[in-house]
Design a protein around this ligand. Structure first.
Ligand code: GLU
Length: 459
């Protein structure tokens, strides 16, 4: 587990250790021993699986591609988490992401543990046939450790329903007669996927933000006025002033978050900037988000990169450098690209007072501390981006029952589940001393610790 995650987990365990009402049967020496076990269990993965996939490429070359599946913890249920295709994938990164899945599932009461997979490739550089073979080989190599009641992968950066369909197809061939529908989630709807799964993460990211800034504080004028913090100020201001927003990343998460923010009538959102791997597009009067979504889908997933492309799509925006999105003078910055985007060297440029983590780990530990000390509100990944895994859980359930919900039912169930978490975590956050991330961790760690204790794993 990287230093940042493990230090918040350890701080959470310290807070729980000092709280005598938490696991009160554990006293003195026994308490100490149990908490020492907890530190070691939660800070290390149960297993790290690595392979080199041997792939005969369409261009005639034969390559060996590193691939991982890390299983962090399964005390709450089968391991669960995406498979990422990206050239920066490493054992450390996948291990960190697997531990975040354990915490995310515990926080939202999803009955799964935490896992993650990764393949070290840039999928844009491969032919479709190569990608198909990579998916099949991944399943062949890890077939002993994955499965509907063991470890259930899903899409992540660089993968989507096409890859999950291929992988499930391979799993079905290797394990005929198994409950193969539950072996992967994030599949296409025709292949047993859930309606609403593709949009679930982005919708959940925006819903988390809206719930905090609007629903949770609605009608609490006095409560807000008594509080001298950035959140209270922004929540009070939003009703008569624009809430300016910049969104880093315009893929499956960022583009859906942008559309939701654009459509929302509860807050005066004005999305002034979006970015992707090539550019930042800026318009101080607000960007035409539906037109941008249409333009990217006609452009291989990329935003328009120059005046000509913008004119062809009838979009008014200034073209800026990719990383300029981070330093714009906006109220809200949504980070929906990759991890480690705000770090010690650029944190000083960030002007937004509210940051929403759509991606996993987009703010490094050092930057997180600096921003939190300045009173910046960071809505953390494990709270904000859990929509994907929550709907994955619904997909897994629907596959078991072979009964499928309507899209509306899925969205309602997703938001209800997220609301339950917000209503537990937010009052503690607003009434207490810890940053929101720490509150979420305390909640997740207390659930994991209680279950570990009750299953007799701490002796
Ligand atoms: N990759 C997504 C995440 O990081 C979804 C995982 C899942 O659906 O299992 O939360």
């Amino acid at each position: 587990m990287p230093e940042h995650t493990s230090s918040i987990v350890n701080d959470s365990l310290d807070a729980l250790y000092d709280d005598g009402s938490f696991l009160p049967d554990l006293k003195d020496g026994t308490r100490k021993k149990a908490f020492t076990s907890l530190v070691s269990i939660l800070s290390t993965p149960n297993s790290v699986n690595k392979s080199f996939l041997r792939i005969a490429l369409e261009n005639g070359k034969v390559v060996r591609i590193p691939a991982f599946r890390v299983q962090h913890n399964n005390i709450l249920g089968p391991y669960k988490g995406g498979i990422r295709f990206h050239e920066s994938v490493s054992e450390d990164e996948v291990t960190n992401l697997a531990s975040l899945m354990t915490l995310k599932n515990a926080l939202h009461q999803v009955p799964f543990g935490g896992g993650k997979g990764g393949v070290v490739i840039n999928p844009r550089e491969y032919e479709d046939k190569d990608l198909h073979l990579i998916c099949k080989k991944y399943v062949q190599y890890f077939s002993e450790i994955i499965g509907p009641d063991k470890d259930i992968p899903a899409p992540d950066v660089g993968t989507g329903d096409r890859e999950m369909d291929w992988m499930m197809g391979e799993y079905k061939s290797i394990r005929p007669g198994s409950n193969y529908r539950g072996s992967f989630t994030g599949k296409s709807v025709i292949n047993g996927g859930s309606l609403g799964r593709r949009e679930a993460t982005g919708k959940g990211v925006y819903f988390t933000f809206r719930y905090m800034l609007h629903d949770f504080v609605n009608g609490q004028q006095k409560w807000l006025e008594e509080r001298e913090n950035i959140f209270a100020k922004t929540a009070l201001d939003h009703s008569d002033k624009d809430l300016t927003m910049a969104i880093q990343g315009f893929g499956n998460v960022g583009s859906v978050t942008a559309l939701e923010a654009h459509k929302c009538n509860y807050l005066n959102n004005k999305i002034v900037a979006v970015s992707d791997r090539n550019v930042t597009l800026y318009n101080s009067d607000g960007l035409d988000i539906p037109a941008l979504v249409k333009a990217t889908s006609n452009h291989n997933g990329d935003l328009p990169v120059n005046e000509d492309e913008l004119a062809a799509a009838d979009i008014k925006a200034k073209v800026m450098d990719r990383d300029d999105v981070l330093s714009l003078n906006v109220d809200v910055l949504v980070l929906a690209a990759l991890e480690d985007q705000v770090h010690k060297d650029n944190v000083g440029d960030v002007k937004a007072r509210i940051i929403v983590e759509g991606a996993n780990s987009p703010v490094t530990g050092k930057a997180d501390k600096i921003l939190s000390d300045q009173g910046v509100i960071i809505i953390p990944d494990i709270l904000a981006n859990a929509g994907g895994v929550i709907v994955s859980y619904f997909e897994w359930l629907q596959g078991r029952e072979t009964q499928f919900y309507t899209e509306e039912q899925v969205i309602t169930k997703q938001f209800d589940k997220m609301k339950e978490t917000f209503d537990t975590v937010l009052p503690q956050f607003f009434g207490g001393p810890h940053p929101l991330r720490q509150n979420c961790y305390i909640h997740a760690v207390s659930k994991l610790s209680t279950v570990l204790y009750r299953q007799g794993k701490l002796y």
